[in-house]
Design a protein around this ligand. Sequence first.
Ligand code: GLN
Ligand code: ZN
Length: 775
Amino acid sequence: MLTHTLGYPRIGAFREIKKACEGYWKGALDETALRSASLEEKQRRWRVQQEAGMDLVPCNDFSLYDHVQDMSFLLGVIPDRYKPLCQRLSDLDLYFAMCRGYQESGFDVTAMEMTKWFDTNYHYIVPEFTRNQDFHYYSRKCVEEFLEAKSFGVKEPKAVLIGPISYLLLGKEITEDFHRLDLIGSLLPVYMAVLEDLHHAGCMWVQFDEPFLVTDLDERTRKLYGEVYAALRQHFPDVHFLLAAYFDGFGDNLQTAVSLPVDTLHLDVVNGFYDLPSVFRSLSSEKNISLGIVDGRNIWINDVNESLGILGLAVKALGHDRVMVSSSCSLLHVPYDRQNEPDRGKLPDFLVPWLAFARQKLDEIRLLADLMGDDVSSDAFYGLAEHLKQLEKRKQSKLLRDGGVRAALDGLADQAAGRRQSIAERRILQQEWLNLPVLPTTMIGSLPQTAELRSLRKRYRDGQLSAEDYWSGVRVLITNAIRWQEAAGLDVLVHGEFERTDMVEFFGEHLEGVAFTGNGWVQSYGTRAVKPPIIYGDVSRKEAMTVELARFAQGLTKRPVKGMLTGPGTILKWSFVRNDQPLRETAMQVALALREEVLDLELAGIEVIQIDEPGIREGLPLKKADRESYLDWAVRAFLVCSGGVGPATQIHTHMCYADYADILDALIRMDADVLTIETARSDMEVLSEFAAAGYSGQLGPGIYDIHSPRIPSVAELKHQLEKALMHFSPRQIWVNPDCGLKTREWDEVVPAIENMVLAARKTRQLAGGNTLEEG
Ligand code: GLN
Ligand code: ZN
């Protein structure tokens, strides 16, 4: 059985590539140095895979920023606004300019848009297409990397490309008069040229990633798949084509997928298990299957028993030689190596043997293939025994189960989780209680994380500062923030979140059942890497998490200060979650812990509590048919955490980075009193959809685009508000920025927020002052 992965992590086990790129941007490293750091990393990845016994080793899966952007560069898809830079900049600088924007010597070109890679937390750069899009073979990275792999001694490098249809579907049209799939005719010749080049260089294996094959497709697109791969096949009859789809099964596209003229079809067994019987039945005898049986997106060791069972069925159906063993998707989404965890790290010892990072997953792939062989070595038997032992230990572990949490959840199941009064009844009570003006102003939570704050944190971590001094430093920052907000005239204040580096990590650290790595970096976008928490056991609250600082902040002012929490959907989405129980159950446990926090905040006199759910939209399943059940538990989890408070306590939620149109109904069911959403870039379009859906709660459309250093003028902000008021009465609209302000500078935030307050005041006057009645 041949073994391989669909791709390997690339940010560097110790973030070497991040550091090299950032050094290059700062001018500390020249291009040659960056290239040699890259080559070193590529070679490390090849060596490790080859040594671990992978028969095929991917190349061109390395990237200095993003693999979709690499494809755009390969295919010459360079939007017009960067054209003037082509002459001025080296190819490398042009590449980075597209990723990051370019502001120098009279040029001011914005970066390309980024969006989430399917339902993962990885962000890719969205290709931009025009009606007469020109495609040409521009970057040689793909063939160069193949040759580098060859000369390094990789026996069978497998060139990885995003397939033509998925590449087009990943992009967007910049005018409305065509569909991007119409471009396939001019795109295909460039793919041919690239393949020609690879073929000449001696490449015998090409992996086409076509993840769109697991999404809902129309008949036209399915047909196009057949045509495109027939054309490629015809030109390259003797190159081995491996077609990879992942993150789900093929579902309704199964017939399309199995009939494509490729040599090997890759199936994500972890998420598309249900497809196996039909694939076994319909795959014609000249085709092989690559079984993505080792989870490329989560970090738990493989259930070898189950995997061997599946592989056995595959062998029975297809024969031993037609089956390959692989990771479900690229290993890009998991950290490098659990051996890199520091000895005295944060990761509890008992957890380590249950985890498989990329390096361990290679061993698992090899192990499974070896165990399926005729002649099983004693090493393989040992590997099997060790896996079975650890799986059993994990299953039996008392550390994963907490009877108290389970009992509390069962108790909750009987009573309705949500709030007792309707949103309209609550609005009246809250208005009496809070006495806010129409168009109340607020912010989303975080305030600038300045160098001063970072140094405070660092000195505390390094032991140079006592806990007492650190916390009094944080309190000074909070005090200043409250004073400033009062002076600026904001109505509902925030404490600024200075004590949090990350909105999920902060809560994870206060929850039982959640662990953290010391070095488990995963690329989020470009040079940004995150260390997702690991939710391994039953979750409960160790102690109150936010109450003390909330009480402190509220004690500084008569105006309401918002309590600020991260919601259950987001905590789950941005973590590695246990796979031994349904997500829904874990979500309810997190929700219950947050419910206790919400109630404690209420008890401490906090009248407005915001529960952020920016991750909820990302978790939406790829296929429409699976969405309702996801939204069902996501909404219930939100109701569990928010529903215990009295009617006068105002619950806010916040969302961003997404298109909400397709989850509007669920947002309404979440029953928050106030929903603040990112809209500054999308021009308030979503408000008409909320209005059409009959939304009766309050909405805070973000009117200040916090992703840009620009300071919006009062007139501009007022104009945005007026647009919002075309859809909703002034009683329903809040005035706030798009998102938290932690990435901005104070000298941007102060004038922007002051302008925002002024814009709200002016609009209030026009709308009839504070006495305005319901519209
Ligand atoms: N309250 C968080 C903040 O302001 C929300 C962040 C987010 O939506 N991503 O930082
Ligand atoms: Zn946000």
